[in-house]
Structure formats: structure tokens, C-alpha cells
Unconditional design. Structure first.
Length: 108
């Protein structure tokens, strides 16, 4: 994917370089934003903790979607097809296309 327009210099803080691991994600929608919660589900009790929340405009969400689609194609071309658990069926655990309950709704 080629970028058009002026080049943007991007800095990253040393604490962010390591990244945040996530094996579970939720998407919440409103008329003006997409809220992506990235969580971690560990063995043991079936409770996940959100470690990152990203809020995007609809335009930015669509751009991220296209960016991910292009990079999944590149990955699969280089490394082979990515297989989803359950043959791609709706799986309550893992990354899902639909919305889910807000973590705030699950708090006591």
C-alpha cells in the first residue's frame, strides 16, 4: 500500500516498543466512533482483562481495516493460509467481528 501526501515522522516511546499482547478483542460502535478493546485471556478462570483501548473515527477504522486486510494477504502469500479455530465459525473466545459487552458492564 503506497502512502500519498507528505511523509509523517513517527516516534515511539521505549516503553511502547515492546508492545502489548492480546488474544481477545471486542469492538463497540457508536455513530461517531469505533472503540476497540484488546484483552488477554489466560488459562484458569474465564475472565479477561482489557490492556488497551483504541478509539477510532469511522474513517480511521475503515483505513485500519484495509491496512490489516492487505497485510493479512501479504502474510498468507509468504507463510500460508491462516486458519481460524473452529473453521472460522463464531467463537466466543478470541478475536471476533461483532460487538461484545463493554468491560464496564461486567464490573461489580
Amino acid at each position: 500500500m503506497t502512502q500519498q501526501g507528505p511523509q509523517i515522522k513517527v516516534d515511539i516511546d521505549p516503553k511502547e516498543v515492546e508492545g502489548t499482547y492480546s488474544n481477545l478483542a471486542f469492538c463497540h460502535l457508536s455513530p461517531s466512533e469505533f472503540i476497540l478493546d484488546f484483552a488477554r485471556l489466560m488459562p484458569g478462570p474465564p475472565q479477561a482483562k482489557v490492556h488497551a483501548r483504541i478509539i477510532l473515527t469511522p474513517q480511521a477504522a475503515k483505513a485500519v481495516s484495509r491496512l490489516l486486510e492487505e497485510n493479512v494477504r501479504r502474510y498468507e502469500k509468504q507463510h500460508g493460509e491462516i486458519h481460524l479455530p473452529g473453521g472460522g465459525s463464531s467463537n466466543p473466545i478470541g478475536f471476533a467481528a461483532g460487538a461484545a459487552e463493554s468491560p464496564e458492564e461486567n464490573r461489580p
